[in-house]
Ligand binder design. Structure first.
Ligand code: ADP
Length: 186
């Protein structure tokens, strides 16, 4: 019977959570492992579409993503939740409930503003009266609590995507992290 490890990939928008999750999924699948990605951006359009960006809603969003991840636990080896997940309290809640591991996908602000793949930083940095101004972008005008004791920190501003994916892969295949290690010959 499979028993999956649930990973919380947390970090600011554009830090690289989706890129790393997809990249490492590809590597793990070459090892015949089953990987599920619970992507916050995707679920915000479906299961979480009634939620906004208040603290309560952001916390509820993560609770639902945790429950969604857990629902795959018998069908996968690794399940990754890729969402900003800004509050220590909710990260800890998922850790308590589902024995998750936390990976902080870290990236400094100048690099995030330079990347701005979704155009969100540009909008958040507009003056307050501008019609396109975004008022709740995590890291600019909304809170991101730095993870207190993450199991792994990956700084995507100082390494290539390939190097970061490799770093995540090496971590995920550690026996203390994953449960899919089968006895030799078994
Ligand atoms: P998130 O899911 O955290 O919002 P994305 O993965 O959607 O972030 O976007 C990250 C962007 O940064 C992508 O365009 C990716 O190609 C780019 N990028 C540049 N360097 C890295 C790196 N070392 N690791 C991950 N992404 C990187």
């Amino acid at each position: 019977m499979r028993q999956a490890t649930i990973i919380q990939l947390t970090g600011l928008s554009g830090a690289g959570k989706t890129t790393l999750a997809q990249g490492v999924k590809h590597l793990l699948e070459k090892d015949a492992l089953k990987v599920v990605i619970i992507d916050g951006d995707v679920y915000r359009k479906t299961l979480c579409k009634d939620l906004g960006f208040s603290k309560e809603d952001r916390m509820e969003n993560i609770r639902r993503l945790g429950a969604a991840a857990f629902s795959f636990k018998d069908q996968a080896d690794i399940i990754m939740i890729a969402a900003i997940n800004p509050f220590e309290e909710t990260r800890n809640e998922l850790k308590e409930k589902y024995d998750t591991r936390t990976v902080w996908v870290k990236c400094n602000m100048p690099v995030l503003i330079e990347r701005d793949t979704k155009g969100l930083y540009k909008r958040a940095l507009l003056h307050d009266k501008h019609p396109d101004k975004l008022f709740n972008l995590t890291g600019i005008n909304d809170i991101y609590e730095i993870p207190v004791s993450p199991d792994l920190v990956i700084d995507t501003s100082t390494a290539t995507p390939g190097q970061c994916i490799r770093q995540l892969y090496e971590f995920l295949i550690l026996p203390g992290v994953s449960y899919f290690h089968r006895p030799a010959g078994g």
